[in-house]
Design a protein around this ligand. Structure first.
Ligand code: NAD
Length: 282
């Protein structure tokens, strides 16, 4: 049985994941704002430092896996907190936990992304770049001109940035080379307190309700927990740097032929550089 850190363990998909891991006999160190084994505010640098070190103490420096589910939806007036929790609350913790994950030799990490990464148009690249550089304030300044759409823009940017961070790091020596499988799950609209809040919040109701979901209805938080547990299992030993969409078909509907796609002409030079610089491991 393993030891897993789960952020956002008090509600929604983090909670269903933690419950399923515990039911399977694993030890879960839950991190959340007001209720958890570790109580910390991931929107502040100090809260993130405390969460990182308290988990390492509780796990005795040895983690079989981590699930980064703490996050906010596109809530009006919360742009700064969205950037801090959804991006920095993932990457700062993972950087601190990497040695404990590497210590296991076969650890698995699942980061909560979103299908907003691919379904929200016009997210400014400079905002994503600011987050990847760790500058949440610059990211928030970069979405101000969007007015009422600013929370949605910073939300989508936070999920794009965290997905890029996962894919950049997953393939590196410190992660794949240390036996750590680093992946992301990209849910669509899942009926959790986060979505219920959006459905009860008048300015957002119309946009949420009109968003296309080909299968109909909303996703089930318990089923998403099953997906995460699967991505932490031995069945996922060959899953590295993937962003797994579980979204009722929204992404496929809105971007039908956008993926899979071959390497485009402007990307060929980079592709060949990567190919030549790779050192075979077998
Ligand atoms: P939720 O609101 O039910 O749970 C989120 C948890 O994060 C809560 O327990 C909350 O207390 C915690 N959290 C929020 N701010 C925090 C902070 N500052 N410090 C510590 N903990 C904090 O939400 P959910 O729907 O289960 O979402 C889980 C993840 O999935 C989030 O990252 C969310 O962005 C993402 N997501 C959700 C949906 C959806 O439709 N529900 C869709 C795509 C992605």
């Amino acid at each position: 049985m393993g030891t897993y850190a789960v952020t956002g363990s008090a509600s929604g998909m983090g909670r269903t994941t933690a419950d399923k891991l515990r039911a399977a006999g694993h030890t879960v160190i839950g991190v959340d704002l007001a209720e958890g084994d570790v109580v910390a505010d991931l929107s502040t640098p100090q809260g993130r430092r405390e969460a990182a070190s308290e988990v390492l103490d509780a796990a005795s420096g040895h983690l079989d896996g981590a699930v980064l589910a703490a996050g906010l939806g596109p809530m009006p007036g919360q742009e700064r907190v969205i950037a801090q929790v959804n991006y920095l609350g993932v990457v700062e913790l993972l950087k601190a936990w990497q040695p404990a994950l590497a210590a296991t030799g076969n650890a698995k990490v699942v980061v909560f992304s979103s299908n907003s990464t691919t379904t929200i148009p016009l997210v400014p690249r400079r905002v994503v770049r600011a987050l990847l550089a760790g500058d949440a304030q610059k990211a928030v300044r970069g979405v101000r001109l969007f007015g009422r759409a600013a929370p949605l823009m910073v939300y989508a940017a936070s999920k794009i940035a965290v997905s890029h961070w996962v894919r950049r790091h997953a393939v590196r020596a410190e992660w794949a080379g240390a036996g750590i499988r680093l992946n992301a799950i990209a849910p669509g609209a899942i009926l959790t307190p986060l979505l219920e809040h959006q459905l009860a919040n008048q300015p957002q109701v119309k946009a949420v309700r009109s968003f296309p979901i080909p299968i109909g209805g909303y996703g089930d938080a318990s089923q998403l927990g099953d997906w995460v547990v699967f991505m932490l299992s031995d069945a996922a030993d060959f899953l590295v740097g993937s962003v797994v969409f579980v979204d009722g078909g929204s992404d496929a509907y809105l971007r039908t032929d956008a993926w899979p796609r071959p390497v485009p002409p402007h990307g060929l030079a980079r592709y060949l550089r990567r190919l030549r610089s790779h050192t075979p491991s077998r």
